[in-house]
Design a protein around this ligand. Structure first.
Ligand SMILES: C[S@@+](CC[C@H](N)C(=O)[O-])C[C@H]1O[C@@H](n2cnc3c(N)ncnc32)[C@H](O)[C@@H]1O
Length: 187
C-alpha cells in the first residue's frame, strides 16, 4: 500500500454508501476532519441522508460527528423514492464501523439550532437546498465555528440556493472550491 493516502485506502469502502458526494469532495472533507483535530470543537453536518459524508468525516476525523437531519423519507426530483434513509444510515454506520462516532440529531436544522451550544471545528451544510434554508443554516451555525475551523457547503455550483449564500457571504478569493463544495477557513 506504499504511497496510498489514508483516504484512498478507505474510499473503496466509503463509496459503497449511497450518496452524491464525489471522491474528490469526500477527500476534501476527510482531510479537513483530520487536519482540524487539534482544534477545540466538534464536526457537525446539516443533511446526512444515508451517511456518506458523515462516515467520511468520522473516519477522517477519528472523533464524533454530529448529524442533523429529520430523516424523513422523500422523493428525488425524478419522482424516485429514496427508501428508508434512517434504516440505511444506521446500517451503513455499522458496516463502516463508526456507529459509536456518529450522533444523529433527528430534527430539522431550525429545531436543532435552537439548542445548539457546541463549538464546531468543521461544519458541512448539505440540508434543504432552497435559499431561505441554506441562509438560515449558515447564519445559525457558522457563529459556532471556532477560529481555524472550516465551513463547507455542498452543491454550490449547480444549485441556486447554496450558490447564492456563498456569493453573499464570502469574498470569492477566500473560497476554496472542490467539485460542488465551496469552503472557507474561519480566521
Ligand atoms: C443531499 S442530502 C444529504 C447528503 C449527505 N450529506 C451525503 O453525503 O450523502 C440532503 C439531506 O438533507 C435533509 N434535510 C432536508 N431538510 C432538512 C432540514 N430542514 N434540516 C436538516 N436536514 C434536512 C434530508 O433529509 C436529506 O437527508
Amino acid at each position: 500500500m506504499c504511497g496510498m493516502t489514508e483516504f484512498a485506502k478507505n474510499w473503496v469502502g466509503l463509496k459503497k454508501t449511497t450518496g452524491w458526494l464525489t471522491q474528490e469532495e469526500a477527500n476534501f472533507l476527510f482531510n479537513k476532519a483530520a487536519e482540524t483535530k487539534k482544534l477545540n470543537g466538534v464536526v457537525a453536518e446539516i443533511g446526512t441522508f444515508k451517511g456518506r459524508s458523515a462516515i467520511v468525516m468520522a473516519v477522517g476525523g477519528g472523533t464524533k460527528v454530529y448529524c442533523i437531519d429529520p430523516m424523513l423519507p422523500f422523493k428525488l426530483d425524478d419522482g424516485q423514492p429514496v427508501g428508508s434513509p434512517l434504516a440505511d444510515f444506521k446500517e451503513n454506520l455499522l458496516i463502516r464501523g463508526v456507529a459509536d462516532r456518529v450522533e444523529l440529531i433527528q430534527k430539522t436544522s431550525d429545531e436543532a439550532a435552537k439548542e445548539w451550544t457546541l463549538p464546531i471545528r468543521l461544519l458541512f451544510i448539505d440540508g434543504n437546498h432552497n435559499y431561505e434554508y441554506v441562509r438560515r443554516d449558515f447564519d445559525n451555525f457558522v457563529p459556532h465555528v471556532v477560529r481555524g475551523g472550516w465551513v463547507a457547503l455542498h452543491d454550490t455550483v449547480g444549485w441556486a440556493g447554496p450558490k447564492k449564500v456563498v456569493a453573499e457571504s464570502w469574498a470569492d478569493d477566500k473560497v476554496i472550491k472542490v467539485g460542488e463544495i465551496s469552503a472557507v477557513q474561519i480566521m
